[in-house]
Design a protein around this ligand. Structure first.
Ligand code: DGL
Length: 271
């Protein structure tokens, strides 16, 4: 059987990338791991982030994947280069695609970045942005309350608005015209972020660009699935199956994807 695309995240955030992969690559099979048991990764040490990421990767390697998409900014920031050096399959992260899309979108060269404490601490976005264009002004803010809120399934309403408003306060009046959602959980609260930051700011989520890169790499390595069939995808969670299933169904509902082709399972991963 054709090998799958492996996708990893600390929880449900990577579903936003998986969703876009399924849309752009409808013949490809996905194997997804969300480490919801140990989410959030954002406040964790580099040692823990690397250890947990490798555990997810090793689990997927045993299942024979042909490419790995690190659909987590925090894991990308701390482990991408190591994974690319050590694995003999292509590995794609979400930071460079997001930085590229933001540079294409900005008109006034002022870009905001929001992410987990880990991602902001790593400076991965400023490095990626300045690497492409050294004239860019960057305003980066960590949003430690967003991931726990999204993992609880709180995606709209008063609480969401209040938390987003308070967290993004330092970003207001900073002249940004483009805001990078530097965490794959944030597209799930995109409407509230847009409301708070203002309609004049273009919001960039790296999922579309990451899926395009994945497609180009599959093409380049000639490992695109050629069979004409509806693939079935497996989404593994290390945490509560009901909670994970409920958010997965919300992310995939109202889309053209056939939910019958998605199986959700609980898994225990460790060394
Ligand atoms: N979706 C992850 C990211 O993009 C969230 C990390 C976390 O668990 O804090 O960074």
């Amino acid at each position: 059987m054709d090998k799958a695309i492996g996708v990893i995240d600390s929880g449900v955030g990577g579903l936003t990338v998986a969703h876009e992969l399924m849309r752009q690559l409808p013949k490809e099979r996905l194997l997804y791991v969300g480490d919801t048991l140990r989410c959030p990764y954002g406040p964790r040490s580099e040692y823990e982030i690397k250890k947990y990421t490798w555990q997810m990767v090793n689990f997927l390697l045993e299942k024979k994947i042909k490419i790995l998409v690190v659909a987590c900014n925090t894991a990308t920031a701390f482990t991408l280069s190591e994974l690319q050096d050590e694995l003999d399959i292509p590995v794609i992260g979400v930071i460079n695609p997001g930085a590229r899309a933001a540079i294409n979108a900005t008109k006034n060269m002022h870009i905001g970045v929001i992410g987990t404490e880990g991602t902001i601490r790593s400076n991965a976005y400023p490095n990626a942005l300045l690497n492409i264009n050294s004239e860019i002004h960057i305003n980066a803010v960590a949003c430690p309350l967003f991931v726990p809120m999204v993992e609880k399934g709180i995606l709209h309403g008063e609480t969401t608005l209040q938390i987003v408003s308070e967290t993004l306060e330092p970003m207001k009046n900073n002249h940004i015209d483009t805001l990078i959602l530097g965490c794959t959980h944030y597209p799930l609260i995109r409407d509230t972020i847009q409301e708070v930051i203002g309609e004049h700011v273009s919001i960039i989520s790296s999922s579309e660009e990451t899926a395009r890169d994945t497609s180009a790499i599959l093409e380049y390595h000639e490992i695109m699935n050629k069979e004409d069939r509806v693939p079935y995808h497996i989404f593994f969670t290390t945490g509560d199956l009901d909670k994970f299933s409920s958010i997965t169904n919300r992310v995939f509902k109202s889309s053209e994807q056939n939910s019958d082709s998605v199986v959700i399972e609980h898994v225990t991963i460790n060394e």
